[in-house]
Design a protein. Structure first.
Length: 132
């Protein structure tokens, strides 16, 4: 379960993580915070390079081959998705992110037979980069 939770925290880094000092794409500072009853977790911040004009889209959960993203929809400035993980640490989730110019804000709710958690996602554009 610890590996799965670590993967969930890293899920906010959707898109290419290749960052160069200059380019025509957008460099974002993304912060995620996991809220779980009885288990405080610190916020994590990292930079992500997104192609200019690209919507924020969830990717694969790192180190979790048994998790998949489904029902990905982009409508205007809002992206929504669902997630399902099978196996020993089975869980389901759904999320949404709203993109408004130079900022993003959203959340993802996850649940398993033992745990309920919410992941908050926020981001701000901080410069330029070159996405791979």
């Amino acid at each position: 379960m610890k590996e799965l939770l670590s993967g969930m925290v890293l899920l906010a880094a959707m898109g290419s993580t290749s960052v160069l000092a200059a380019g025509s794409d957008e460099l974002w500072e993304m912060t995620t915070r996991m809220d779980m009853p009885g288990m405080p977790m610190p916020a994590m911040t990292q930079t992500v390079c997104l192609r200019k004009g690209e919507s924020y889209k969830p990717g694969k959960v790192p180190h979790q081959k048994n998790c998949e993203m489904t029902d990905l929809k982009v409508s205007g400035n809002k992206t929504t998705w669902k997630m399902h993980c099978s196996g020993r640490d089975a869980m389901d989730g759904s999320g949404e992110v709203t993109h408004t110019g130079d900022t993003m804000k959203g959340s993802m709710k996850l649940s398993s037979k033992d745990i309920q958690m919410t992941q908050s996602i926020s981001g701000k554009r901080i410069g330029a980069c070159q996405a791979k």
